[in-house]
Design a protein around this ligand. Structure first.
Ligand SMILES: Cc1ncc(COP(=O)(O)O)c(C=O)c1O
Length: 422
């Protein structure tokens, strides 16, 4: 008998996660040949020495034994109450206890929510550029992501005219990412109100990914979309996502929460689906839920710890100052999260696409980034940089980018020695 061979199931054929794609494969090859790789491809604060508040680490250590058993499949009740309190502090509409779901990271909740909300034939408005998990989660349900423009010329704000041109009777929902990954944009109260009117007029579900809500710079303010939408149309349904990975600097703990607002009285099927998927995965990681309780106790003000914020402010300034010196590159200064999404004027360089550029960056300098095309950008002219490394390392990164962009051919550019990562 012939040995069974495994192919890719057809339901996965359309699904991609290029953040861990071709450029990463090249980085792995370079690492195998001895190159020291700087991981600027994911927003993972841990390797750069960021830690959650001390109270979170202490509570996690203390909860090791208390976390041995499964919890209720929806999560620990104390955590659900803490999430309720956080929403109240943010001025969000009141959320009933059973409209809060805890997950093993926001990623799991995004997958679950999309499975329960969408079917083949549905269309979902997704920002371009997006965080590609959204695209993947929607495609896995058989629904179709339809990209709307976040306009670089307008500081990456969502374009309402583009949204209006893309909505039709198959459109079921819109995804917002605010503060935004990869662009660093933070949406104003006015912009969100316009989006809320659009949601209400078109009877859409809103999915608001707010995982960077506490990472804000200059005068940027975060407005929960659930709150804004509630003011425009209290019945409109909003699913909001937040968690420990970014605001809590504990991405490896895998803990997130999803809250449902609006009138769900006729959405029993959707809620039954969520309860079933919650039960099928048994429960969220119990130890991480104890960490999340401690995090929500310490971050009641909604602000990051001063030292963490100061560090991010300095690193953002170092990266932006460095990027300003580079020819053939322009960018919008980020107002939130920890990414910059510069445009590279590729026509003036030796590179055909952003992916070619990212591959060369990893080959010559060991700097691992993600090309804009991996975020379903409308063009292939961007690269996402992460400003989690210390300032001296970011300055070296900028000098390396400069040498690569000022070299007129794709021959090997000589790397200088880099400061260490932590
Ligand atoms: C916009 C956005 N949403 C969701 C996630 C996934 O979050 P989690 O670590 O909670 O699964 C990320 C991770 O980078 C993200 O950037």
């Amino acid at each position: 008998m012939e040995k069974r061979a495994l192919g890719l199931p057809s339901k996965l054929a359309e699904v991609k996660y290029e953040i861990r794609g071709r450029v990463l494969l090249e980085a792995e090859k370079c690492a195998a040949n001895g190159t020291d790789i700087l991981p600027l491809h994911i927003g993972n604060p841990g390797p750069f020495g960021f830690e959650p508040p001390a109270e979170v680490l202490k509570a996690t250590k203390e909860a090791v034994t208390a976390s041995l058993s499964y919890s209720d499949s929806r999560g620990l009740k104390t955590l659900v109450h803490k999430v309720q309190e956080r929403l109240q502090n943010q001025g969000s509409p009141e959320v009933p206890f059973d409209h809060i779901y805890i997950g093993n990271g926001v990623s799991e909740l995004i997958m679950m929510a999309c499975q329960c909300a969408f079917s083949r034939g549905d269309e979902v408005l997704v920002p371009a550029p997006d965080y590609p998990l959204w695209t993947a989660a929607i495609k896995l349900t058989g629904a179709t992501p339809v990209y709307y423009l976040c306009d670089e010329a307008e500081d990456w704000q969502p374009s309402l005219s583009d949204l209006r041109s893309k909505v039709n009777d198959k459109t079921k929902a819109i995804v917002l990412i605010n503060p935004n990954n990869p662009t660093g944009a933070v949406y104003s109260d006015t912009a969100l109100t316009e989006l809320a009117k659009f949601v209400s007029e078109n009877n859409l579900l809103a999915f608001s990914d707010e995982i960077y809500s506490q990472i804000l710079f200059d005068d940027a303010q975060f407005y929960p979309f659930a709150k804004v939408l509630n003011q425009v149309d209290p019945r409109a349904i909003c699913l909001s996502f937040d968690g420990l990975s970014k605001n809590g600097f504990a991405a490896g703990y895998r803990c997130g929460w999803m809250t449902l607002t609006g009138d769900l009285s006729e959405s029993r099927g959707f809620l039954d689906g969520l309860n079933m998927l919650s039960a099928l995965r048994l429960c969220p990681n119990v130890l991480a839920m104890h960490s999340a309780i401690a995090f929500l106790n310490t971050s009641a003000s909604g602000r990051l710890e001063d030292a963490t914020m100061q560090r991010l402010i300095q690193q953002r300034a170092a990266l932006c100052d460095g990027l300003r010196q580079i020819e053939h590159l322009s960018f919008v200064e980020p107002k939130g999260a920890f990414y910059v999404f510069p445009r590279i004027d590729l026509k003036k360089t030796a590179f055909a696409t952003d992916e070619d550029f990212a591959i060369k960056l990893v080959q010559d300098f060991g700097i691992l980034t993600v090309p804009g095309s991996a975020f379903n950008s409308f063009d292939e002219e961007h690269v996402r940089l992460v400003f989690l490394p210390r300032t001296d390392l970011l300055q070296t990164v900028c000098r390396n980018l400069n040498s690569l962009l000022s070299s007129t051919d794709t021959g090997h550019t000589k790397a200088e020695k880099r400061p260490s990562i932590a």
